[in-house]
Structure formats: C-alpha cells, structure tokens
Design a protein around this ligand. Structure first.
Ligand SMILES: Nc1ncnc2c1ncn2[C@@H]1O[C@H](COP(=O)(O)OP(=O)(O)OP(=O)(O)O)[C@@H](O)[C@H]1O
Length: 246
C-alpha cells in the first residue's frame, strides 16, 4: 500500500516548514530522510504518520487521505517512533510493548514476543522502563512499534541511542520488515548509514526536497556540499562506503 505526499506544505507555529513536498514511497524498501538540523525531516515524518495535518497538498495511504482514516485504522497501518524516547508512565517493558497492540484490542502475544526478540529485549521484559539505559529504552519503544506489525514503520533517528551492535541488529530487523513487504521510512543523520543501507534517500533543505533517488545519487558529494555546506568524499565500495570530510 503506497504512502504518498503530493505538494505537501506544512506550518508549525505559523511558520511554513515544508514547502511543496511530493514523494510516493514504496513498501518493500527502506527510505531514508536526510538533511541538516531544522530542514523539516521530523515534520515530514510526522505528516506521513498522519500526526500533523497538511496546510495544503495531501498525504495519502493507498490512495485515501490519511487524515480521513479512523485513528485506530491508521495506527494499525502506520507505526511511528518519535525522536525523543520519553515514556510517560513507569511500565514494565512487556507492558510498554503490549501497548503496540492497542489499535487491535487483542493480546497479540505472538507479535509481542516477536517484537521483543527482534529488538533483543526479551530478557528485559519484566524490567521497569525507568530502570533502562537510553539505548534499551529506545529498543523497547521500537519493539512497541513492531508489536503492532504495521504496514509502515516510520522511525525518527532510531539508531541515535544505540551501540554499534544494536544498530546493526535493529537495522537487520527493519530490513526483514521491508523484505516481508513493509514500508520502512527512517530519519537519519548518519549519511553513511543512509548511503549503505537505504534503498532510497530523500534529502531536505529548509523544507524543500533537494534530492530523491538511490543513495549514490541523492547523497552524491555535490548534494552534500550544497545541502550541508561540507566538502566531503565517499571512500570504499557501494554498500560499504565511508564519508570523509576535507
Ligand atoms: N513544535 C514546534 N513548534 C514550532 N516550530 C517547530 C516545532 N517543531 C519543529 N519546529 C520548527 O520546524 C522546522 C523543522 O523542524 P523539524 O524538527 O522538522 O526539523 P528536522 O529536520 O527534523 O531537525 P533536526 O535534525 O534538528 O531534528 C524548524 O524550523 C523547527 O524550528
């Protein structure tokens, strides 16, 4: 089911932060959204999750306006992981992850178990969330999204708090989700992560879509110079690139 925005503009606190973004995202792929601080990445992700309403233009899921979908139906289809990993109540990890089943109103034990496994949280299922490290909490929150088994997984900087091992474990489970036909959309600051692991990259600058395509094109050094103002070059082979500056 296609997730798309067409000529999307979005205002926050009366200032327009997205200016006419159009992109049709495909399931079965990992799409990265990259750009400098304040470029509008999180705003675009929230609009694609149906959490911020377009000022003009549209966001559609399977051709229907996302805003017109019943919130419960939308939550079944689009899972969203916000940038900040706050948890309002001191739940156990297991109960936090079980909240991912709320849109379905079932116990979803199989999905919860799979989500805990995919994020390596099974052994911590009984721990209060307040006692977790930042990275463990980030994995618990991602497990909650996985527990809903949504068609779309939208995650804002999902690797920011994770050590190298868990970055690649979580990445592997996102890749599995994509290969099973889910759509995966990630806001990423780590351009090498996007270059090596995304199928498609959207590059935003000041609320405008500057590049959209395979990572080798969308993150070409000319784009990096234009968007980030940094002179950089890629080393290594496709799929195993490192970015060096200067
Ligand atoms: N809650 C808010 N109220 C008002 N303005 C906001 C709000 N959140 C974001 N903005 C503004 O919207 C613009 C885009 O912000 P957004 O968080 O989408 O950018 P970003 O690319 O995700 O940035 P970062 O890399 O710093 O997380 C910025 O100018 C920001 O100041």
């Amino acid at each position: 089911m296609t997730l798309a925005c067409e000529n999307l503009t979005l205002a926050r606190a009366d200032a327009e932060v997205l200016h006419g973004i159009s992109a049709t995202l495909s399931t079965g792929q990992i799409t990265a959204i990259c750009g400098p601080n304040g470029a509008g990445k999180s705003s675009l992700l929230m609009a694609l999750a149906g959490l911020l309403a377009p000022g003009s233009g549209s966001v559609t899921l399977g051709g229907s306006a996302l805003g017109a979908l019943h919130p419960q139906k939308r939550a079944q289809q689009v899972g969203y992981l916000p940038q900040s990993g706050e948890v309002a109540w001191d739940l156990s990890v297991g109960n936090l992850v079980a909240l991912g089943r709320l849109p379905f109103r079932d116990r979803g034990e199989r999905q919860i178990e799979a989500a805990l496994e995919a994020t390596h949280m099974t052994e911590l299922a009984d721990r209060p969330v307040s006692t977790l490290s930042g990275g463990e909490r980030a994995r618990a929150l991602l497990a909650r999204v996985f527990a809903g088994d949504p068609d779309w997984v939208l995650a804002d900087e999902p690797f920011a708090a994770l050590d190298l091992y868990h970055q690649f474990e979580v990445l592997a489970s996102l890749r599995v989700a994509a290969s099973l036909g889910r759509g995966v959309v990630l806001v990423l600051h780590d351009l090498a992560m996007a270059m090596n692991h995304a199928d498609r990259v959207l590059v935003l600058k000041e609320g405008r879509l500057i590049a959209d395509g395979p990572p080798e094109e969308a993150l070409a050094t000319g784009v990096i110079a234009e968007v980030w103002g940094v002179s950089a070059r890629w080393l290594g082979e496709p799929g195993a690139r490192a970015l060096v500056t200067g």
